[in-house]
Design a protein around this ligand. Sequence first.
Ligand code: ATP
Ligand code: MG
Length: 476
Amino acid sequence: MSARPFALSDEAAPVRDASPRTRAEASLPLPTRAREALAIIEAAGGEAWCVGGCVRDALLGRPVHDVDIAASLPWPVTQAAFREAGWSTVETGVAHGTLTVISEGEPFEITTYRCDGTYSDGRHPDAVTPAATIQEDLRRRDFTINALAYHPERGIIDPFGGIADMEAGLLRCVGDPATRFEEDALRILRGCRFASQLGCAIEPATFEAMVASKYLLQKVSGERVYHELERFFCGEYVHDALMATVDVLAFVLPELVAMKGCPQVTPYHIYDVLEHTAFVLQHTPPTPLGRWVALFHDMGKPAAAFFEERDGRSVEHFYGHPWISANLAEGIMHRLPFPAWLRRDVPPLVHRHDDEVAPTPRAVRRALARLGGRADLFEALCDIKRADALSQAPFCAPRAEGAERLRELLHEVLAAGDAFTMKQLAIGGDDVMALGVEAGPEVGRILQACLDAVIDGTLPNERAALLAFAREQRDA
Ligand code: ATP
Ligand code: MG
């Protein structure tokens, strides 16, 4: 894997040309309340630093989303100081020296300097020993780019070359990688996730240890695996990260193994199933729904594949792969604790991703009806169709415009108030029963016939017309 500099996100555009080293010489953009928190600790006789992800993100010119503080004081002393200053405090992890302090709804985690031992639950160290200095505290942190501390007056502490690694675009463990992964296997997945979020390469010795230690991932809880994988797949650099770390991720997603190197011998494809999937992920908006559908959409291809001789050439087919893909998705979503809404919404989209939808309002209404009338799912279907087209042979790319046309048609159908669900019909079950049809499946059949006719445009969604049509259906 070759190193390349971290690429900056669009939000960082104004400071795009600044490097982490240049930013380190200026003052970092920190929330005012974080500065106040540092001052409160220091007024109480302690020493405090902003640490970890917030320093990393500020140096990379990325948005800072949460500020963690490391402090020399024991937590009860910190708590007293913040109470006196009028902040509220929550004892979120005091067994490990962590206290959350809140001012006007803005929370900060403050952790007493510490050294950690092993983390048998992959979340908290089994025992924490207080550390005397910030330098010692930074040594327990996972990667060099996360082992940074910053103070608005005292500047940056970077004992392990985190800024140099940022400049080189490298993710490197603090200390011996194998030991660090043995202490806490979650770091293996965090490493993959940072590669996907930040666009960095993984330093060779760190990567070698990730592969050799991946078996330890069996100790990490399903919740944590799911959480890290979701962040991985929603990353800005997911294509490169998936191609680079597939052998590591395979331990928790063994379905990836069959995708890697599975050729697609058809005129429509130039990549194997894994790399095609990596490109589809990259072209899909970074939401959990979109990215999980992208990951799963062709997972069934290796199992569906067969060859046909045509005009003296071998051509590969994957008939039925969306059905297998949807089943594999259900299996994975059962194995890892996915939330109920993803278990409900992902499989139908995976199953339908290859359905032909003609560019007509009628076909769009029908497809919407098949998706339970959910416009948000139809949008996600357009997203996967577009990304799929952009990730095949170059001559397929214009099909992406077809997906955009479907999206426009969806908006037209919605704006016109067209009906595509039973609920939108101008009559209901009571009206059908009032025509003398007994409560039961026949009512549903008649309403479905009405809806089909409305969707097809052969019947207006008006009460009188629908009642007349329902009467014909009753007598048919
Ligand atoms: P993000 O908040 O974007 O997930 P982060 O690096 O801030 O990234 P947090 O989980 O918020 O991650 O942790 C804050 C800091 O704590 C990290 O930057 C790192 O220094 C340290 N840290 C977190 N988890 C671990 C771990 N499992 N092993 C060692 N250090 C860790
Ligand atoms: Mg963080």
